[in-house]
Design a protein around this ligand. Structure first.
Ligand code: ARG
Length: 396
């Protein structure tokens, strides 16, 4: 049976073609169901206030959508391959409950603007969560600096001891960079915060007047995306902007993790990991491995691959909707999940590293004070920096 393809006109679709074109949507779209229900309710309310639905019809549709959403939350339905995606599955369940009235929900919209809207709502929720995780991460750095900041450690360039540094200076560099990534999250928010709803298939609804400002307001978008043709051109942009923000955040955490792996090695040895964050080896009884930090570093690289997958899908694509765009969800979800997992575990693990002041002093070479000595000579003897540099170098 046609368990609800919206566009089904009675013909049959090859099962192989259906399975291939639907792809992973029945699984991926599960995450979009609550957002699509939310957007559908706003759309129905707008149709009601524009007079395209009678008040009792709009009311029944809103209640129907709420109960379809509640049943989904209760695990009473999931998306069938024959339904293709969350949009069709929701309309199918609505029509099952309300009969032909359910078919009125789709007036003036298309799955093309529906999927954009659901993803924007998803993105805004994710950006909000990422902001919270970023704050938690910055607090973890603050705690590390408050507890261990004054410990002296060497500062490195080219993996060679270069200058005197401290835990506060080392950790502060990372937290400063991470804090500046908030601006990237804000940029992603600005792109996501415009309502594509009402652009329908991508060209608006000639002959039907909709109140796009009302659905934007009901869904908490700060503006309507104009003109309608911009909506499909923008698919992937807010996604990639969030992806770029996450790649930068994970990039900082990857470099932090690389430092920790190095500093916790026997040769450096001035970072110790709590037993409960380091893992053992199955063959070497003495090993305490920094796997959590190695995986943070690995995820930072994989996040870049996810971002490239997002960016690549729209490169060179002619305007308007194309089914290629469907594949974007897979990379997007992978990237936001990776970002969330890494940010959370990094904040947690950061509270379980200990700098060993005595060991740091032991491995520190006196050479790291050479530039400092030259600065002192310049100021005490009034000589040029080049002259001071030569004198300090000659002292050895
Ligand atoms: N599952 C589709 C997507 O994510 C929804 C839109 C389908 N539209 C269409 N005309 N086939 O892009």
């Amino acid at each position: 049976m046609s368990a609800g393809r919206l566009w089904d006109k009675g013909g049959s679709l090859d099962a192989k073609i259906l399975a291939f074109t639907v792809g992973s949507d029945p699984i991926l779209d599960l995450r979009l169901v609550p957002f699509d229900i939310h957007a559908s309710i706003a759309h129905v309310q707008m149709l009601g206030s524009c007079g395209h639905l009678a008040a009792d019809e709009a009311d029944a549709l809103v209640k129907g959508l709420e109960s379809v959403g509640a049943d989904f939350k209760a695990g009473k339905w999931s998306i069938e391959t024959s339904q293709e995606d969350c949009h069709t599955a929701i309309e199918y369940h609505l029509t099952e409950r309300l009969g032909p009235l359910g078919g009125k929900v789709h007036l003036g919209r298309s799955r093309n603007d529906q999927v954009l809207t659901a993803i924007r709502l998803f993105l805004k929720a994710e950006i909000g969560a990422a902001r919270g995780r970023l704050s938690a991460l910055l607090e973890a750095f603050d705690r590390l600096i408050a507890a261990q900041g004054s410990i002296a450690i060497p500062g490195y360039t080219h993996t060679q001891q270069a200058m005197p540094s401290s835990v506060a200076l080392w950790a502060g560099g990372f937290s400063g960079e991470l804090a500046s990534c908030a601006a990237l999250l804000d940029a992603a928010w600005a792109l996501a915060d415009q309502s594509p709803l009402g652009s329908a298939a991508g060209y608006g609804t000639p002959g039907l007047t909709l109140d796009r400002a009302e659905t934007a307001r009901l869904l908490d978008f700060s503006k309507v995306q104009e003109p309608v043709t911009a909506a499909q051109l923008s698919r992937g942009k807010a996604e990639s902007a969030l992806g770029f923000a996450l790649v930068q955040i994970l990039g900082d955490l990857g470099r932090l993790a690389a430092d920790i792996c190095l500093f916790a090695s026997q040769e450096f040895g001035f970072v110790r990991l709590d037993d409960d964050v380091s893992t053992g080896s199955s063959i070497m009884p003495q090993k305490r491995n920094p796997d959590v930090f190695e995986l943070i570093r690995g995820h930072a690289t994989q996040a870049q691959a996810d971002l490239l997958a997002l960016l690549g899908l729209t490169t060179g694509l002619s305007s308007g909707y194309h089914r290629d765009l469907q594949l974007m969800k897979e990379a997007l979800f992978r990237l936001v999940d990776r970002g969330a997992a890494v940010m959370e575990i990094a904040a947690y693990a950061l509270g379980r590293i200990h700098f060993d002041a005595a060991r740091a002093a032991e491995i520190t070479t006196p050479g790291i004070h050479a530039a400092e000595r030259a600065f002192t000579l310049v100021q005490s003897e009034g000589i040029s920096f080049r002259e001071a540099y030569r004198r300090v170098a000659a002292e050895g």
